[in-house]
Design a protein around this ligand. Structure first.
Ligand SMILES: Cc1cc2nc3c(=O)[nH]c(=O)nc-3n(C[C@H](O)[C@H](O)[C@H](O)COP(=O)(O)OP(=O)(O)OC[C@H]3O[C@@H](n4cnc5c(N)ncnc54)[C@H](O)[C@@H]3O)c2cc1C
Length: 497
């Protein structure tokens, strides 16, 4: 297995950089590349002169939003609905960012199926106090909630694990991650360098509670069975690297459960239809009711420059001119950025055990280094590997020759995608390399703080300390930033700055 690759956030992952509230006068508009486009102000009132100017005459807006992920679209929606002229610049040739409902590619010699898979976000975490759940309801998006019994199967190399043991394992894993470890962190205030793994895999962890269900005849068998069950629990626990996107050794225990998130069960958006949420937002930005909103695809921003009236600004090579303040740079550098990967295979018939017959594709989620290894491997090899695993674990009869080969397949490449580089934020147990200080939720809070006298704001999942790593967190951060910029523009218009 490949070594896990750790990446911190870079400016390229900044969901939104909105500009438009700088209040300086006597400033020359920035001129050079499109990247220099944002951040200039005019000495004239907003009503008669563009507040922002770019080196390109076609970029002329009150606010420029960089990135058409859900946070950027939410911010743009908020701003255009308040009457501002907004241009969203998106580097990719599609909107949605880490929401990516993509058609499965046909395997050699097969027809395109047109079936979509959500290769990025697919779950709505929490039914209550979740704007994404509300949007999904309004849009008629079907969300599937699995019942606690029946649908979850736990398999080992020998096949399906006995139901009562599987239930116990499933309960232990979920209880340990979502309840026990959070309450342990709150009540015991562990050191910032303690990892989630140090609690979850400790000898007395609730992960191993009640696993000795049988009473074997002799001590040796008992010991063997116990070791075997603990190994199963541990292996299942490891699958949570998909949840965090990082090895559990790398995630800080101290801040686990610190956030106040949504409530209620998690549901999965079915039929690869998460895109409907971003399409809906995009329509609100560019629809007939909001003629001042525009989204441009294939517009990569390389540099963001702000000319202030404070004298000569020091020019530096990074993307931001002037460089971002040290606290912001630290947040970018120190926060963890984990990987969740997916591979999906489509078949011409549902051949697996207990299939509902209607679904003909299987999706595998791979966290951290497993995902890294998959994303680095050759596509055809990955397809073969996933197919072999599916056959081995899901076939009613693994020796059967009747299992069809996949007719379509798709694998994620989040770790190498230049506009995402991995999947989502986590708080690492490892201190920041440069200052040796622990990483905390304050680093996420810092990410949300605007710079350049409020002219440049930040949104995105990584800026929401209560709801990072989620679609709803990203959305809320966009609304937050859109509101802030709209208020600042309004104040400016009224001369209240
Ligand atoms: C595999 C995977 C599974 C996930 N599963 C879930 C889930 O089930 N539920 C959940 O709630 N969350 C999930 N998430 C997390 C969720 O998808 C993200 O938190 C959320 O979509 C992030 O939105 P964002 O707007 O912050 O960033 P992004 O979606 O990354 O948007 C940023 C945008 O900026 C653009 N951009 C970047 N650089 C530039 C540039 N230089 N110039 C112009 N544009 C640029 C990008 O192309 C992108 O469109 C998952 C993520 C992944 C990757």
């Amino acid at each position: 297995m490949a070594e896990p690759v750790k990446k911190t956030l870079t400016s390229a992952q900044t969901g939104l950089l909105s500009v438009g509230t700088a209040a300086h006068t006597n400033v020359k508009p920035a001129v050079s590349t499109i990247a220099d486009a944002v951040g200039s102000t005019s000495s004239q009132p907003l009503s008669t002169s563009p507040h922002l100017r770019a080196n390109r005459p076609d970029i002329d807006a009150d606010v420029i939003v960089i990135g058409a992920g859900i946070s950027g679209l939410a911010a743009a929606k908020e701003l255009v609905q308040k009457g501002n002229k907004v241009i969203v610049l998106e580097a990719r040739d599609r909107i949605g960012g880490r929401i990516d409902s993509r058609a499965i590619s046909p395997q050699h010699g097969h027809e395109e199926s047109g079936v979509r898979i959500d290769m990025g976000a697919s779950f709505i975490h929490g039914k209550y106090d979740n704007p994404i759940y509300d949007l999904a309801q309004d849009l008629g998006i079907s969300v599937h909630y699995s019942s606690p019994e029946g649908e979850i199967r736990i398999l080992d190399a020998d096949g399906q694990i006995e139901k009562d043991i599987a239930n116990r394992l499933g309960f232990n894993v979920s209880h340990t991650f979502f309840d026990a470890s959070r309450s342990y962190a709150q009540n015991n205030d562990p050191s910032p360098s303690d990892s989630l793994a140090s609690y979850v895999f400790a000898d007395d962890s609730p992960l191993f509670d009640g696993l000795d269900q049988h009473e074997p005849a002799d001590a040796t068998t008992r010991e063997q069975e116990s070791a075997n069950m603990r190994w199963k629990a541990k292996t299942l626990g490891r699958s949570f690297s998909g949840w965090t996107g990082a090895d559990l050794e790398d995630v800080a225990l101290k801040w686990w459960g610190f956030e106040r998130d949504t409530m209620g069960p998690d549901g999965m958006v079915t039929g690869g239809s998460y895109y409907k949420v971003v399409d809906h937002l995009a329509k609100l930005v560019t629809g007939p009711a909001t003629p001042k909103g525009e989204i441009r695809l294939g517009e990569k921003v390389d540099k963001i420059r702000w000319d202030s009236d404070r004298g000569v600004l020091q020019r530096r090579p990074p993307a931001f001119e002037p460089a971002l303040p040290p606290r912001k740079q630290r947040a970018i550098r120190a926060l963890g950025y984990g990987l969740l990967s997916k591979i999906a295979l489509r078949y011409d018939k549902a051949w697996w055990k207990d299939s509902d017959k209607a679904t003909r594709q299987l999706v595998m989620f791979l966290g951290a280094d497993y995902g890294q290894a998959m994303e680095q491997a050759d596509h055809d090899e990955c397809v073969q590997w996933a197919h072999t695993l599916f056959k081995r674990y899901l076939s009613p009869d693994p020796s059967s020759t009747d299992i069809p080969t996949p007719i379509g397949a798709i694998a994620s490449s989040w770790s190498t995608d230049p506009y995402s580089f991995n999947s989502y934020t986590y708080i690492p147990s490892k201190a920041d390399n440069s200052d040796g200080l622990p990483v905390t939720p304050l680093d996420i809070a810092e990410f949300a703080v605007p710079v350049w006298d409020g002219a440049l704001g930040f949104a995105g999942e990584h800026t929401h300390s209560d709801r990072y790593a989620s679609v709803h967190g990203a959305y809320e951060s966009g609304i937050r930033e859109g509101k802030r910029v709209a208020i600042a523009l309004d104040m400016k218009k009224r001369g209240e700055e």
